[in-house]
Design a protein around this ligand. Structure first.
Ligand SMILES: [Zn+2]
Length: 320
């Protein structure tokens, strides 16, 4: 069976997976990124992790077809360099010759891709999107990312920037987003957006259980704490999540009217609060989507969890 290695290079951890053509993980290694130790340290660590997953699977580099690398940032796919990946540290704000360096070392083809695109690719091939031709995947975490599979191909756009769903405007004069714009869905419904909103309204809701859970310290308000309060029936906590779901539904209706997918796959850390976000999201989405599409588009929760990026990176080598 054909095999490849997928590297998911994130700001906090690196996940390296040896994957077969069915998307099954044969061996794995996960390490903290430790980006503060510098770019060369991180690249060296990736190389030793690749060697480790090969040894653990009792394979040699010639037994695999190549290496896929996903990371949060933008790249030159032809030159196989990363151009801007601020989550990985200062040195990654300029061009890094990551792909060629791995190719020179391992003598197999190396491909770079945006991590969120790879999540979409993995979910489409072997996860919640299998069987569809056109699908969008949305990952709600600290930020909001998205990938598009269009007619069986990963759609990267004319400039490699497709799927920037997180920067869909939903409140024209809303909170400032990391991109500099106002009222992007990422600024409202991501983990950090939800936390910011909660902190802004809590002073007017002294009776909320959230205050007890953080011992009166606003800085300790996290999605996790709001979730705990919601689970105990706190109406403010439930409203905070419902509001995020409501705006997600609006943004997704806009998205679907342009792409016309068969399925929307939703994942990411914040999606764990699916009970409180999922229902208002779907309700608002179906309220706004055109009647002729209403019963044709389905939602699914992502299936591949934290391995999605690594599996997608490996499958990018095997299916292109
Ligand atoms: Zn934005």
């Amino acid at each position: 069976m054909r095999k490849a290695i997928g590297v998911d290079l994130g700001g906090t951890k690196i996940n390296v997976l040896l994957v077969n053509e069915k998307g099954e993980v044969i061996s794995r290694d996960k390490q903290p990124t430790e980006s503060e130790k510098g770019r060369d340290y991180v690249i060296q660590k990736i190389k030793s992790m690749i060697n480790k997953v090969l040894v653990d699977a009792n394979l040699k580099i010639n037994d695999i077809e190549g290496i896929g690398v996903g990371f949060p940032g933008i790249m030159d796919r032809e030159k196989k360099t990363t151009l801007y990946a601020p989550n990985l540290g200062e040195e990654w704000k300029r061009e890094v010759n990551l792909g060629k360096e791995l190719e020179n070392d391992f003598k197999v083809p190396v491909f770079l891709e945006n991590d969120v695109n790879l999540v979409a690719w993995a979910e489409w091939l072997v996860g919640a999107g299998r069987g569809t031709k056109t699908m969008i995947s949305v990952a709600i975490g600290t930020g909001i990312g998205s990938g598009i599979v269009l007619n069986g191909k990963l759609w990267i756009g004319a400039h490699g920037m497709a799927g920037e769903f997180g920067h869909t405007t939903v409140i024209p004069d809303g909170p400032i987003c990391g991109c500099g714009n106002k009222g992007c869905i990422e600024a409202i419904a991501s983990g950090s957006g939800i936390e910011r909103y909660a902190k802004s309204i809590l002073p007017d809701h002294k009776d909320s259980l959230i205050w007890d859970l953080v011992n009166g310290d606003l800085d300790k308000v996290t999605v996790r704490v709001i979730y705990q309060a919601a689970e105990r029936g706190d109406m403010l906590a439930i409203d905070i999540f419902n509001r995020a779901g409501y705006y997600l539904g609006i943004a997704l209706a806009n998205y679907v009217h342009i792409i016309d997918p068969e399925k929307i796959v939703v994942g990411g850390g914040v999606a764990n609060v699916r009970d409180y976000i999922g229902k208002p999201m779907r309700d608002e989405f179906y309220k706004r989507v055109l009647p002729s599409l209403r019963d044709k588009i389905s939602f699914a929760w992502a299936e591949l969890g934290e391995d999605a990026g690594g599996i997608g990176a490996a499958l990018l080598v095997l299916y292109r």
